[in-house]
Design a protein around this ligand. Structure first.
Ligand code: NAD
Length: 504
């Protein structure tokens, strides 16, 4: 095509010190619509100088932002949640175009992020210290939850709006400034969220955004002026970020990979349980860290495999913009090839293919990265489909005799992000809740992601660092507790001359 008539592809900007600026990088990647392969934009892999500029802006802004009254900070987030709600349809359309998930799913994810923004607007009640009067004669003690300084976030592709919203609102509401590095696969929706954040009143330099891949992430890990990093992504990268950042003295939290099991007891409500499991396994094409990827059928519930397969077979695979679509494409051609390879290995390694969703024909979207719902039964540890996080619409079925065996099976898996039990027995649910070693437990609910006043509490190999990304624990993660012990002298009252606290 003649250069003069080549359609100009938009570039994704950096946000530095309140300005949306074009990167000077020589490395650019295409942001593709995964349903069509249309190039939506080009995203830069920012340079070290650009990262330095973003961090410098954040460091400078911290000097004033940390002194802004807490209620003024809170009001920014009140306004921000309103602006996101007013622009929800536009945000969801951008998200669906670059990620592929269905429009209702995109809206749902953004709204889960908005809950955290709403929570941040209550910071006046959350960032309270403690006070004890007269801990000794004339001596009082109080604590202050002080912001840390420049904090950073590194986010995955699968929730390009929600996970950034897990991070920067709580960091900024607590008085920090922030540098965000979104996923290079779908960086556009967060740029619109950033425009709205500035409109809501977040001052220049308080929120900054740089794009890129491994180099920029390593730059964040090594940067001496960054105090804390909140990472969400794969276990492989999370371990790297954790180890690299911790040696430079940073506070780090990493929410990473998963393998989430749902136990189905024979006394469960059959239709509702199987429907919920299918939605949790195949929705968003299985690209959720809380997706159910293993169904553990107990005793007589093993007879329900054909019913589960029938539900999976009926699910509609299409572009996220198509009405009635249950699941869209995978994020990239590489992700599709990886998922197809794992599906192939499942059959070869001895699992029974109950439903093969590879190579679906999607009219009008022939170039999309589609894989349909896929179900294996007879799955065992040691098979790749069990041992690996597939991150695709693939459900493995495991059969066990009783609840004790189901619990032991799940506890033997190193991951601990989420799990669920479907049962009508309170006793079974209570035993499961007590004995399961997984951070988030659903009882007749397949995707137990806590609302914003709690905290996302994935555990064991699914999490690194002691505190989760939002809710109560985020206030502690993004602040340092300082304890002040004070005594005031009154010249009219005789005090002991030494500093020993008298307990009499
Ligand atoms: P990913 O690890 O590939 O990418 C995450 C971030 O790390 C991105 O910003 C990416 O640019 C960066 N990155 C990628 N490779 C890197 C490297 N070699 N060195 C340094 N940085 C690198 O993850 P993803 O594919 O975007 O997301 C899917 C993963 O995220 C899944 O494993 C999923 O379970 C996990 N996840 C976990 C949670 C949770 O809360 N536990 C939530 C969502 C997603």
């Amino acid at each position: 095509m003649d250069a003069a008539v080549t359609p100009k592809v938009a570039t994704v900007k950096l946000l530095i010190n309140g300005e949306f600026v074009e990167s000077r990088s020589s490395e650019w990647h295409d942001v593709l619509n995964p349903a069509t392969q249309e190039v939506l934009a080009r995203v830069p892999f920012a340079t070290q100088d650009e990262l330095d500029a973003a961090v410098a802006a954040a460091r400078e802004a911290f000097k004033t932002w940390r002194k802004v009254p807490i209620q003024t900070r809170a009001r920014v987030f009140l306004k921000y949640q309103q602006l996101i709600r007013e622009n929800l349809k536009e945000l969801a359309a951008i998200l669906t175009a670059e990620h592929g998930k269905t429009l209702p799913d995109a809206e749902g994810g953004i709204l889960r992020g908005v809950e955290v923004v709403e929570h941040a607007s209550g910071i006046g009640n959350l960032q309270l210290g403690e006070y004890a009067s007269t801990v000794a004669g004339g001596i009082d003690t109080h604590t202050i939850l002080e912001p840390l300084g420049v904090c950073a976030g590194i986010t995955p592709f699968n929730f390009p709006a929600m996970i950034p919203l897990w991070q920067f609102p709580m960091a900024i509401a607590t008085g920090n400034t922030f540098v965000l590095k979104p996923s290079e696969h779908d960086p556009m929706v967060v740029m619109r969220l950033a425009e709205l954040a500035l409109e809501a009143g977040i001052p220049p330099g308080v929120l900054n955004i740089v794009h890129g891949g491994p180099d920029i992430v390593n730059g964040i890990c090594d940067h001496p002026d960054i105090q804390a990093i909140s990472f969400v992504g794969s276990t492989r990268v999370g371990k790297h970020v954790y180890d690299r950042a911790i040696v430079t003295g940073k506070r780090v939290q990493c929410g990473v990979g998963a393998k989430n099991h749902a136990v189905v007891m024979p006394d469960a409500s059959k239709e509702q349980s199987l429907g919920a499991i299918a939605g949790a396994a195949f929705g968003a094409a299985g690209q959720r860290c809380m997706a159910i990827s293993v169904a553990v059928l107990v005793g007589e519930a093993q007879k329900w495999i054909p019913d589960l397969v029938a539900i999976a077979r009926k699910m509609k695979v299409s572009a996220g913009t198509v009405d009635g679509a249950d699941l869209g494409p995978l994020i990239s051609a590489a992700a599709k090839a990886r998922v197809e390879g794992l599906i192939e290995s499942g059959g070869k390694e001895g699992a029974k293919v109950e439903l093969d969703g590879t190579k679906p024909q999607i009219e009008g979207f022939e170039k999309g990265n589609f894989v349909g719902p896929t179900v294996f039964s007879g799955v065992k540890p040691g098979m790749s489909v069990y041992d690996q996080e597939i991150f695709g619409p693939v459900l493995s079925i495991v059969s066990v005799d009783d609840l004790d065996e189901a619990i032991a099976f799940i506890n033997a898996n190193p991951n601990g992000n989420g799990t669920a039990i479907f049962t009508s027995s309170g006793a079974a649910a209570r035993q499961f809740q007590d004995e399961i070693k997984v951070g988030q437990v659903g009882i007749n609910l397949p995707v137990p992601v806590p609302v914003s006043m709690f905290t996302f509490t994935g555990s064991r190999a699914s999490s690194m660092g002691d505190l989760g990304p939002y809710g109560k624990q985020a206030v502690l993660f993004f602040t340092q507790t300082k304890t002040v012990i004070s005594r005031w002298f009154d010249d009219d009252v005789a005090h002991p001359m030494n500093t020993t606290i008298s307990m009499k």
